[in-house]
Design a binder for this molecule. Structure first.
Ligand code: FMN
Length: 219
């Protein structure tokens, strides 16, 4: 396998990913590396990422996403790292910022409280806007489900109504050779299921497929 320092336009992407349809290249070049270069993110850049996330759509425009962040080596850095599971902490320690994404499970200003049905779905939209903006600025963002939600709630004082969704590691791409061997082997953009496995005309499992739907993946 060829390892190169990655940039959003890296050849590495094209080695592993191609779309048979003319989608915007940003959807192929966003991926989740684990090799970061150990540099810090500036406040300004991190705020741009949150700003991109802020413009995500949500049901009734409730905007249920909330973010807790720590910049590399600030006073919360080690605390945030300790709230990732050991596998994730092992590589995310070289990232430039760590974020916990929360979602508000309740509709604001309701009494009695009403559950907000799409809180996680909407927070997911905010995550991907952050990730795509990160890539545009030359960073990579990696979502992590491997976190300790109970400890996050306790240590970072997260009120009960907020669900702790994911952690996010953000940073500049680094040299994969600095990862443990087993992670080096996994350090490449992944592929996807073909459209034929994902879409159904009308009823679930309908045999009809649109003529514009590619039958095979190109990779
Ligand atoms: C909700 C969510 C949780 C994830 N949790 C982890 C994780 O705990 N550790 C990890 O290394 N990657 C994690 N990932 C990264 C996925 O494995 C990755 O997004 C997926 O394999 C697709 O690859 P790509 O992001 O490079 O396109 C997570 C991604 C998402 C969206």
């Amino acid at each position: 396998m060829r390892h190169t320092l990655l940039s959003p336009t890296s050849d590495l992407i094209h080695q592993y990913r191609a779309s048979p349809l003319p989608i915007d290249p940003q959807f192929l070049t966003r991926w989740s590396p684990r090799a970061y270069d150990g540099s810090a993110l500036s406040d300004e850049h991190l705020m741009i990422l949150f700003e991109a996330a802020r413009w995500a759509p949500s049901a009734y425009n409730v905007q249920p996403w909330r973010f807790l962040y720590s910049l590399r080596n600030d006073e919360y850095w080690q605390t945030f790292l300790d709230l990732l599971d050991p596998f994730n902490a092992g590589w995310a320690k070289n990232s430039g910022a760590l974020v916990f994404l929360l979602s508000d499970t309740l509709v604001p200003d309701t009494n009695p409280s009403k559950l907000f049905h799409s809180h996680s779905f909407d927070a997911g939209a905010a995550w991907i806007q952050l990730a795509l903006q990160a890539q545009q600025l030359g960073y990579m963002a990696h979502a992590m489900g491997g976190i300790f939600p109970n400890e996050i709630r306790k240590i970072l004082h997260v009120p009960e109504r907020y669900k702790i969704e994911i952690g996010i590691a953000i940073g500049k791409p680094g040299d994969p050779k600095n990862l443990p061997k087993q992670l080096q082997d996994r350090e490449r953009p992944s592929t996807r299921l073909p459209l034929t496995k994902l879409i159904h005309y009308g009823k679930f499992n309908s045999p009809k497929i649109l003529s514009g739907c590619p039958r095979e993946n190109t990779l």
